[in-house]
Design a protein around this ligand. Structure first.
Ligand SMILES: Cc1cc2nc3c(=O)[nH]c(=O)nc-3n(C[C@H](O)[C@H](O)[C@H](O)COP(=O)(O)OP(=O)(O)OC[C@H]3O[C@@H](n4cnc5c(N)ncnc54)[C@H](O)[C@@H]3O)c2cc1C
Length: 495
């Protein structure tokens, strides 16, 4: 960064508290989470229009739980298709494991543009500003804030900048944060188009070819349109979308026919690179979603991971800006989320090996397929992909500490319904506890009949259990650990 290019005075008034680069699922979710705490947010999106191509993505259990916690699940279910929580580890076909501990133990398939639009609308309803056609081109940070420069030269100033600008993140590159990992070894063409032969003919050929070439499919997508996925001829720099000719050539090479494909609706390509940012935060600039981690789409985890990053970061960054966050809180974002992404990268590496046509990996796949007949094994793998196995390190304590809490019935209705405002929550069966002093940040639900087998818990705004106990002093210590000084200690200073 050449600081002579920046004309805005570092001390000039902040236009907003947070600028988010990128209005994909991660950026939109983060904007909404910040707005729940009254933080002024501007989302800058380089594309002038929302993406047109309809990639169906799977929302897994933990993401569905998060949506329920913010009152968004009904809207998602209206637009998505529910499927059993099964068959997504390395595409090994098995029934859903028994006893998945969630009120939302299923998968929802939903077009990515629909989920992005729902999240963007939600953020805007909460008061976020979204500006399209604005690409972040450069930035400079100082002790007080970040000056962001757009591609057209306009300069904007905020306290923090978050790069949610996807796998080729400009923000990450400008920060100079390393993105180590493995480059793409394979590339896949994906698109929607019409075909020139009857469905019966296609089905027979596709069944045969997909035994030896993965991924490979031509699936009817409604109104005479087919979803077509075929391995690409090689690795490109992916700066340009593929052409219809690329699809025709690859179909002919692999299947011996191009099925008369024509009239494409959209064409795209994706690789299988696996990379993880070395740091998620440098001063006042943070990274989330694909900007921080990329991996092959097997198991359908990328969007889920990004939305969950946003959920983890939102309340912490809000607390920092509102002035109540204890000093290390914002740094727990990287401490908690980096290992989670590391684990997702590893499980996609393992899944990709299991898709290999080589005899060794094929033998391991057969063995794992047998092992998954044991419900414990099947559940372990599905819980991993569905991200309900996560346990953050909050120190020594019962197993539930650091884990998410499933939705439970409380006398006010469902517990998750009490989390719509994105605040902390104490669920108290003793009816003796109070959150006085933190009542601007934390709610209290007293219910001796709540389905908990401990006296009381403190839930963070992202639904993870931050304390288990029964004594007020112990609770107060933990409220201070996560939510800063009580109100009675005087006003906090924004930072
Ligand atoms: C074939 C395929 C299938 C997939 N299936 C699934 C699935 O089933 N489940 C799942 O969870 N994930 C899936 N994924 C992964 C998922 O699509 C991504 O992980 C997800 O889109 C990441 O969201 P994001 O918001 O972090 O980044 P993106 O969706 O990439 O959004 C980044 C945004 O930033 C904008 N931007 C970029 N640069 C700038 C800039 N300089 N200034 C301003 N804006 C900028 C972009 O235009 C874009 O809108 C799949 C991916 C592929 C390729």
């Amino acid at each position: 960064m050449d600081s002579s290019q920046f004309t805005a005075e570092p001390s000039s008034t902040f236009m907003v508290d947070v600028i988010i680069a990128g209005c994909g699922p991660t950026g939109a979710m983060l904007a909404a989470e910040l707005r729940l705490h009254g933080v002024r947010v501007l989302v800058l999106e380089k594309e002038t229009e929302p993406v047109s191509f309809v990639r169906i993505v799977g929302l897994h259990i933990r993401s569905l739980e998060l949506m329920a916690m913010r009152g968004l699940l009904d809207r998602i279910l209206e637009h998505g298709r529910q499927r059993p929580a099964a068959g997504f580890f390395a595409a090994i076909s098995k029934p859903a494991p028994k006893g998945l501990d969630s009120a939302h133990a299923y998968l929802v398939g939903i077009p990515q543009p629909v989920i992005v639009q729902l999240l963007e609308d939600h953020a805007i309803q909460l008061g976020a500003q979204v500006r399209r056609g604005c690409a972040v081109a450069d930035f400079e940070q100082d002790d007080e804030g970040v000056t962001v420069k757009l591609a057209d030269g306009e300069q904007l100033r905020a306290r923090y900048l978050v790069g949610c600008d996807g796998g080729r993140s400009t923000v990450r590159k400008l920060l100079g944060v390393g993105f180590p990992g493995e480059p793409s070894r394979t590339e896949t063409l994906m698109g929607e188009m019409e075909v020139g032969v009857p469905q019966g003919e296609i089905a027979a050929t596709v069944t045969e070819i997909s035994k030896t070439h993965r991924p490979f499919w031509l699936r009817p997508f409604g109104k005479g349109v087919y979803s077509v996925v075929v391995p690409a001829a090689g690795i490109s720099d992916r700066s340009e979308p593929p052409t219809l000719k690329d699809f025709q050539q690859q179909l002919r090479t692999i299947a011996g026919t191009d099925f008369g494909v024509h009239s494409p609706r959209w064409l795209s390509r994706f690789g299988d690179a696996t990379r993880l940012a070395e740091r998620y935060r440098v001063g006042r600039v943070l990274l989330a979603g694909d900007a921080a981690h990329i991996h092959p789409p097997i198991g359908g985890q990328g969007l889920n991971l990004g939305v969950q990053d946003a959920f983890n970061l939102g309340w912490k960054l809000a607390g920092q800006i509102r002035g109540w966050a204890p000093e290390p809180l914002l740094d727990t974002y990287q401490a908690e989320r980096h290992p989670v992404a590391e684990d997702v990268l590893d499980n996609t590496r393992a899944q990709m090996e299991l898709l290999s046509d080589e005899p060794g990996p094929q033998a391991v796949r057969r063995l794992l397929t047998e092992l998954m007949d044991f419900d414990e094994v099947n559940r372990y793998l599905i819980e991993k992909i569905a991200a309900i196995d996560i346990r953050y390190d909050f120190g020594a304590g019962p197993d539930l500490l650091g884990r998410r809490l499933r939705d439970v019935d409380v006398k006010q209705g469902n517990l998750y319904d009490q989390l719509h405002r994105g605040r902390g929550l104490v669920l108290d069966r003793t009816e003796r506890l109070t959150v006085e002093g933190w009542s601007d940040r934390v709610d209290l639900v007293s219910d001796p009949t709540a389905a908990l087998d401990v006296p009381a818990i403190l839930l963070r705004p992202d639904g993870y259990v931050a304390w288990i106990g029964e004594h007020q002093q112990d609770l107060d210590d933990h409220l201070a650990r996560w939510f800063g000084r009580p109100l009675t200690d005087g006003p906090s200073m924004p930072s």
